[in-house]
Ligand binder design. Sequence first.
Ligand SMILES: [Zn+2]
Length: 246
Amino acid sequence: MKFICPKCGTKQEVVGDDTLCPMCRTTLIEVAPGYADWLMSPNEAIRRFEIVIAKHGLPQVWSSRFKHEREAWIAAVWALGLREITGSEYWIEVETKDPPDCKVRYVDSSPGYNLRGTINVEIVEWDQHRPDVMDVIIPKCANKYPRDFILVVFVRNGKPIGANAVHQAVKSLAVPFKEIWVLGLVSVAGAKYHMFAAHPGSRKVAFGLLEVLQKNISQAQFAQFDKKRSKRTEMTDRGMVHLPIP
Ligand SMILES: [Zn+2]
C-alpha cells in the first residue's frame, strides 16, 4: 500500500505501524490507485472540482478530460439537494466504466440491518447549444437503460426553466428512467440551486449550496463498504485519502 505526506509530498511504502513522514514527521495518508470502490462525501466531490477549476480554468473544465470530476460535482450537488428532502446521507462513487455516469450510494437500513443502497445516475448537461431543455431529455429517453437508472439534467446555460412545462412535456414520452431530475443554479449570489423531479412526481427543493455543505460537514470524507460478499454491509470511515486530482 502506498502512502503520501499531505504536508511535504514525500511518498512511502509503509510497512508495519510507522505511519509518520520520514522527512517532516507528519502522519502519512493512503494513496488511492483510482476511483474504484471509493465513496466520497458530496463535500469532497465538490471540493475536488473546485480545485480542478482553479488549476485549469473555466472553459477547460467543460471538456471531456474532466468528465469524471464534473459529473461527480453534479451528482454531489444533486445528492445534497436530495438529502434536504430525505434526511439521508449520500456518497458519490465515480464510475469509470459507465453507464451509469455516477453512483450515489447510501446505507439502506430499512430492513432492520444495513444494505448497500445505490442510485445509478445518468447525467446530461444542458448547454448553450440547445435552445430547449427537451432537446437534451428527448435523445436520452430514446436510449435503453436498466430500469433502476435515473437521469439528472444539469442546467449549465443559466436559462430559466419552468418545472410544470417540463413535467408536461415529459408526460408525452416513453421514459426509460425511474426518475428524471432537473438541477440548476437560480442565483449566483449565495449559490442558490433549485431541483425538481420532472418524472414521475412533484418533488422539488431549493437550497443554498454553502448552507447544505455546512450542514453536511461532519460526514466521512472517504468511506468504503466492507468487502464481504453478503448483502448485509457496514461502511467504514477511511479518514483522509490522497486521490490524485487531474
Ligand atoms: Zn512530510
